[in-house]
Design a binder for this molecule. Structure first.
Ligand SMILES: C[S@@+](CC[C@H](N)C(=O)[O-])C[C@H]1O[C@@H](n2cnc3c(N)ncnc32)[C@H](O)[C@@H]1O
Length: 210
């Protein structure tokens, strides 16, 4: 078991060193290659506008927050949340907490105030166990919680971008999202490794009863 884990880690390190997005992130000052997944989705879907209020769920180490604050400045705001600490990003408000805990929601709500958010982005991912089904289910649970938060804080024209792992419950998550939003589509940016089962659902305009 330990040998298997060591071999997986070595493989990851080898791939990481060769990865062009890792090198690009280092050059451009992003904390992780994940920035380019968001950048590529943004290039296609124009997620951000100057002055927007953005909520970034599962934000640490912070590359999505770095990208988001660049895109909404001047005048915009980014509120970032993670259960792990995050080194400060200039202009970004950080909430340390577990998104499944009510007090984290209260802190986020307090930070956003009555205005709400134009965009909620969620790159939430559980600690990967390597047990594919368990990791997929856990990721969907986090995505469901992110969607609940998004529905609570988004403005009428707002959008929600969320990562899920493909698998059994992914289709169900997508169908539910289609019911809860006016529009929902799947995105797999080039920076997301083809070997990874991660995909992103982009939904816009929450449907509110009444
Ligand atoms: C893939 S990383 C996010 C990377 C980030 N988008 C970036 O660009 O730097 C996923 C994050 O989700 C966070 N996370 C997982 N479960 C969480 C939870 N229940 N509440 C808050 N954050 C959580 C992890 O701590 C981790 O930092």
């Amino acid at each position: 078991m330990a040998r298997q884990k060591k071999s997986r880690t070595l493989k990851w390190l080898k791939r990481h060193r060769r990865d062009s997005y890792v090198r690009q992130a280092r050059r451009e000052g992003y904390r992780s290659r994940a920035a380019y997944k968001l950048a590529q989705i943004n290039q296609r879907d124009h997620l951000f506008s100057t002055g927007d209020v953005v909520l970034d769920l599962g934000a640490s180490p912070g590359s999505w927050s770095q990208f988001a604050i660049e895109k909404v400045s001047p005048g915009g705001r980014v509120v970032a949340v993670d259960v792990l600490p995050m080194k400060a990003v200039k202009g970004v408000d950080f909430v340390l907490g577990d998104i499944t805990e009510p007090e984290t929601y209260c802190a986020v709500d307090g930070c956003l105030g009555a205005i709400g958010a134009d965009l909620v982005i969620s790159d939430l991912a559980p600690s990967i166990t390597g047990i594919r089904h368990a990791d997929q289910v856990h990721c969907i649970q986090l995505a469901e919680q992110a969607r609940k938060i998004a529905l609570g804080v988004l403005k009428a024209h707002g959008s929600f971008l969320v990562k899920i792992f493909e698998g059994e419950s992914a289709q169900e998550f997508r169908e539910q999202t289609e019911v809860l939003f006016d529009r929902a589509t799947v995105r797999k940016p080039a920076a997301s490794r083809s070997s990874s089962s991660e995909i992103y659902i982009l939904a816009s305009r929450p449907i509110r009863p009444g």
